[in-house]
Design a binder for this molecule. Sequence first.
Ligand SMILES: [Zn+2]
Length: 253
Amino acid sequence: MFVDVHAHLTHEAFSQDLPDVIKKAKENNVLIVCAGSGIVDNQSVLRISRKYGNVYASLGLYPWDAVSLSEGEIDFCIDNIRKNAENIVCIGEIGLDHHWGKGKEDLAKQEWVFNKLLDLSIEINKPVLIHCRKAEQDVLEVLRTFEGKTIIHCYTGPQSLAQEFVDMGCYFSIPAIIVRSKSFKKLVRKVPVNQLLTETDSPFMGLTRERRAEPVDVIEGVKEIAKIKNMSYEKTRDIIFGNFKRMFKVNLK
Ligand SMILES: [Zn+2]
């Protein structure tokens, strides 16, 4: 089996043919973790995960979406994730993002929300799927005192910090665009194979620039990881799927 631990199946890019996309994944033995980004999106993620046997839900609050919410709305969102603890395999996507400007108040709010969600992950015993863009050092500092399980999604920060995340036991989910990305190839060389997962960030990171990403693309990611780790494709696939089961504690549907 293969796994895509981070796909946005609720995105409008899939509005016309979502059942076909999920069916294609199923026929190719790909399980999907659908990531939510906030109050409304999380409800759509739950709906999709209830409907399809090969789709699992991860509910979250995207850092920039959190900035525009009131405290009451943030609490509502977090409460809703707590209430759905039994229906989800993960909390995400959550994290810190310093890409769109650097207003101090906004960043402080992101960090406040991030910490609340990390506390929730300990409370309901679920791993967290972390988005960190241009905020790697800050995420690292926050995680130093965090005792839960973490997956860093689409890491594009400095390689030197990547080693620190590895040493802290974080897993890395590697997008299928590793086939055309030198920096992800470099990252995979650094991360032990038992800390690797695969993802697509569908529909955002297509194998070519012209097409959208789809969960089935993780198969190309596994092939590339196998080459870099100098292991067979089958063994690489099985180790990564084992990592998924260990990390997400899923009961296969
Ligand atoms: Zn994402």
